[in-house]
Design a protein around this ligand. Structure first.
Ligand code: DER
Length: 219
């Protein structure tokens, strides 16, 4: 499809940002899967990868790319990941794939965050896509009440347990004019592990494709 072609073009464009002999930070999702496949072609030129999910780890290993534990690695030069939405300030909503916590951790450790996405993710205002929030299971109802008080409509993502053993609330009907402010408010709720707003630390580069070309946006 046009969207798959766009994801693939954006992912392949990210290869140029991978330094030789580096350990690459790898995100999660269908766009990142194209990036992993492209990375396999230069696996002899890189040291390996640090992954943000069991799913990405499995794909990397299957393609013969060594996967390192983040605790054994110093700073990571480049982190490549997708987004569910990204605005002109390169602030993102992430977590559609349920990997937001490990994605945010690897992004925090990485010097440069390169976001790869098809142009359907490019929005003026974040919030059309329901904002994922990872919560400690016993705090789910309490956190949901706190999120309602913030103006959101939290929906429990039934049957999903994250790699960290937590649950996810998807928050609908947010119109996020102040992403950094809302990210901080959500972080204050006891029991919330991570929220999918990547605003305080957004992307540094965004590679956005319409299926024909790739546009590069920077902060
Ligand atoms: O869950 C995530 O954060 C993914 O990166 C998601 O935002 C993008 O997934 P996609 O590439 O399958 O659209």
């Amino acid at each position: 499809s046009q969207q798959d072609q766009a994801k693939r073009l954006a992912a392949e464009a990210a290869i140029e940002f991978v330094p030789p002999r580096s350990i690459v930070g790898v995100g999660t999702g269908s766009t990142v899967n194209y990036f992993i496949d492209a990375l396999a072609a230069l696996k002899h030129d890189i040291e390996g990868a640090v992954s943000s999910s069991e799913a990405s780890t499995a794909r990397l290993k299957k393609l013969g790319i060594p996967v390192y534990d983040l605790n054994g690695v110093g700073e990571i030069a480049v982190y490549v990941d997708g987004a569910d939405e990204i605005n002109p300030h390169l602030q993102m909503i992430k977590g559609g794939g349920g990997a937001l916590t490990r994605e945010k951790i690897v992004a925090a450790v990485s010097k440069t965050f390169v976001c790869i996405a098809d142009d359907s993710k490019w929005v003026d205002v974040l919030g059309e896509f329901p904002l994922p929030v990872e919560v400690i299971p016993m705090a789910r109802s309490y956190a949901a009440r706190q999120i309602v008080a913030l103006g959101g409509d939290p929906v429990y993502r039934e049957g999903v347990t994250t790699d960290n053993g937590n649950v996810i609330l998807d928050v609908y009907n947010l119109h996020i004019e102040k992403p950094i402010d809302l990210e901080e408010k959500l972080n204050q709720i006891t029991g919330v592990v991570t929220n999918g707003l990547f605003a305080k630390r957004g992307a540094d580069i965004a590679l956005i494709s319409d299926g024909h070309d790739v546009k590069k946006h920077t902060r």
